[in-house]
Design a protein around this ligand. Structure first.
Ligand SMILES: Cc1ncc(COP(=O)(O)O)c(C=O)c1O
Length: 352
């Protein structure tokens, strides 16, 4: 604590991201990055952007990128908001749509940034326990006072809700904003984007960090009714006119137009995920079915924390959450990385 800190800083409890080890010879399966490189077209577009124009500010309205996203999603540019990673989009959405005296709802096991934003912006919240099978409790998410947010598929479980269930949550919160965080939707869940046309209170958020292998350029976006998008723009324009840099804009525009490349990358990740799930089950792990680029599992012959630490000593990084003692989350890497993981697990478990 410092005497110079404002009361806001004093009460913050910042989010702790997964480790980003300095060594390069590690197998990094802890932050759900894509193991494959970004589209060559995106890389070329970004390289071409490095030049004299960098002395100028980027577009404050990001119209070209909004057009690209709108065309892909079958919506109008006025239905699109763009941010510096979906974390920024989410942070703006908490400010734009949630109130200080109206509790919002989110699942008790979910993306741990939600309670951090809630505390930062002084928004009360109620967590809704997951069902016994780790799925989101649809009825429990209805009748919120202040709004609702959940990822589909959920993180860190990887389980997806059907569109039918999502619509029930929306209908159960007709006067509140319902945010569906689709960071991992491309790996196997159904998008709720079409529901934004039917319901003016629904906001979908997406990111290029996972499916598009571009976590390093920080680009996220939202789709929703013009009134929700205008709310986000008002917050953004009261914070920073230029949240997206020129290089990121060029890379994102090109990446979002290279569907052929990304559908191959995503298919590869999904195939490797299913292979890994089978192998881990053979080793006695309980592994939830996943619609994302990670697996949520419980080792049975070794403690989750012990396995996490042993793997880390062998330079394989997976994610262990202090509040989910028995479980680990493993991001899907390349086929070779996952083979190495499975081999190491075999050694660690049999060395017990
Ligand atoms: C559920 C969920 N939402 C949003 C994000 C943030 O993604 P980004 O800020 O990289 O777009 C993450 C990142 O791990 C996530 O797991």
């Amino acid at each position: 604590m410092s005497k110079f800190w404002s009361s806001t800083v004093r009460k913050t409890k910042p989010y702790v991201p997964g480790e980003q080890p300095k060594e390069t010879d590690v197998i990094k399966l802890n932050t759900n990055e894509n193991p494959y490189p970004p589209s060559p077209k995106a890389l070329e577009a970004m390289q071409n952007e490095i030049g004299d124009d960098l002395r100028k500010y980027p577009s404050p309205t990001v119209d070209t990128l909004k057009n690209v996203i709108a065309n892909r999603e079958g919506v109008a540019p006025k239905n699109v908001f763009v941010g510096n990673g979906s974390d920024e989009v989410l942070a703006f959405a908490f400010q734009a749509f949630f109130e200080h005296n109206e509790a919002i709802k989110f699942p008790d096991i979910t993306y741990s940034f939600y309670p951090v934003y809630a505390k930062l912006y002084d928004i009360p919240y109620q967590t809704v326990p997951l069902n016994d099978d780790f799925s989101i409790n649809v009825d429990g998410m209805c009748n919120s006072i202040g709004g609702v947010i959940f990822p589909n598929p959920n993180a860190p479980t990887g389980l997806a809700l059907s569109l039918n269930d999502i619509e029930k949550v929306i209908q159960g919160n007709p006067n509140q904003v319902v945010i569906i965080d689709e960071a991992y939707v491309a790996f196997g869940a159904e998008t709720a984007a079409p529901l934004t046309k039917k319901y003016p209170n629904v906001l979908i958020t997406r990111t290029l960090s996972k499916s598009h292998a571009l976590a390093g350029i920080r680009l996220g976006y939202a789709i929703g009714s013009p009134e929700l998008i205008e709310g986000l723009e008002r917050i953004k324009n009261s914070f920073n006119s230029y949240t997206i840099n020129r290089v990121t804009l060029a890379g994102a525009e090109a990446a979002l137009q290279d569907d052929g490349y990304y559908s191959e990358v995503i298919e590869r990740v999904v195939n490797t995920r299913e292979w890994t799930r089978y192998e881990l089950q053979q080793k006695g792990f309980e592994v939830l079915p996943s619609s994302a680029n990670f697996l949520f599992c419980k080792p049975t012959e070794i403690q989750a924390r012990e396995l996490y630490e042993k793997l880390k000593n062998s330079k394989i990084y997976i994610r262990y959450f202090d509040n989910l003692e028995d479980y680990i989350r493993i991001s899907i890497g390349t086929e070779e990385e996952m083979q190495a993981l499975v081999d190491h697990i075999k050694q660690k478990v049999s060395a017990k």
